[in-house]
Design a binder for this molecule. Structure first.
Ligand code: SF4
Length: 349
């Protein structure tokens, strides 16, 4: 399978003819002897790229701006480490936990906010999953388990099965949410076996990240139909990305395409303050205007909630007037579900 994936700048240049800024990224990596986030792009995704402004290109091809970092940016922008009682487990909200079953993805998105973690280690071992299951046995307040990474479906099949079986053995209703981009970025490697495993689960939701309608290729739609046939409900969590989907038209097209495929637009997220991603962030002033306009143009079925993870682990807030406390010249201030106030900067374009 590896020959169907591009992992070096040289090979990428053969396919795309890299721009000056894209080449500069690889030159800088060579100079610095490191690469912040690995390069990993399936050929089937690359072949669909059209031109320098293509939304598929922006999400997958590195840019020199990844080496730029603003003073507000953080290595761990949503504070995963602060809320991690065990390896691979984040327990931030009382009723739900996040299990990072693997750090592998079929494609490393250049806007990834979990880039301090992604593509570095591998999947959890069975013994580590056992510790998480013991924790859940004790923490009866947990009702939902979000299995993500990385990409949950990039975990070895046996490891995912082991986790799902372990959760089922806890003998209490636990809703599972599985986070993946695999149906979009590399549908060819999704096996019938894994679809059947997901389909056999009670209360399992599949949560994807589809940011632009162009990601819905015929192969992706084929897999999405297979998922639907198995009765698995699907949600989408998009990220608002400059140059990819930061127009009302792009959002409307995405929302319509999603509901036509039976996927509920669940969240649109404002970009997290992850180091090296400022070129993707839409200033919050403009983002709020865009969302307001979207709300006037589509039905509630097609309208995602607009959310933000407060920097440093302040938690999720919905970017609606009710959660916004105030704004000043430099920041917007929001109140989270626990009544605490956090802030997000008003950045320039
Ligand atoms: S699939 Fe998710 S975790 Fe993986 S690189 Fe993309 S955004 Fe990051």
């Amino acid at each position: 399978m590896m020959d169907k994936v591009v992992t070096s700048g040289e090979k990428l240049n053969n396919y795309l003819s890299l721009s000056k800024e894209e080449k500069a990224f690889f030159e800088e990596c060579e100079r610095k002897g490191n690469q912040s986030l690995p390069l990993h792009v399936p050929l089937s995704w690359l072949e669909r790229i059209e031109g320098e402004d293509c939304p598929l290109r922006k999400q997958s091809v590195p840019h020199i701006n990844e080496f730029t970092s603003t003073g507000e940016e953080l290595l761990d922008p949503i504070g995963d480490r602060r809320h991690s009682p065990l390896k691979g487990l984040i327990h931030h909200y009382d009723d739900r936990v996040l299990v990072l079953i693997t750090d592998r993805c079929a494609m490393y998105c250049r806007h990834c906010f979990r880039r301090h973690f992604t593509g570095r280690g591998g999947a959890l071992k069975e013994s580590e999953i056992d510790s998480i299951l013991d924790y859940l046995e004790e923490h009866k307040e947990v009702h939902e388990v979000i299995i993500s990474g990385g990409d949950a479906l990039m975990a070895p099949y046996n490891r995912l099965e082991y986790l799902l079986n372990g959760l089922n053995d806890l003998k209490r209703p636990l809703v599972k949410r599985v986070g993946t981009r695999l149906p979009l970025v590399y549908p060819d490697i999704i096996s019938e076996r894994i679809l059947n495993l997901l389909g056999a689960q009670k209360s399992l939701w599949l949560v994807m990240q589809i940011n632009h309608v162009k990601e819905l290729s015929p192969a992706a739609i084929g897999i999405i139909q297979e998922i639907r046939k198995r009765g698995i409900p699907m949600l989408n969590q998009a990220v608002l990305l400059k140059g990819v989907n930061d127009s009302v038209e792009a959002q409307i097209n995405l929302s319509y395409a999603l509901i036509e495929e039976g996927i509920k637009p669940y969240y649109l997220f404002q970009g997290d303050l992850a180091k090296g991603t400022s070129h993707f962030r839409v200033p919050l002033d403009r983002a709020l205007e865009l969302y307001e306009e979207l709300g006037k143009r589509v039905s509630h079925l097609a309208l995602p909630r607009f959310g933000l993870d407060l920097p440093g682990g302040g938690g999720k807030v919905n970017l609606e007037a009710s959660s916004m406390v105030r704004k000043d010249e430099e920041y917007y201030y929001f109140r989270n579900g626990k009544g605490q106030v956090g802030r997000y900067p008003r950045e320039e374009e």
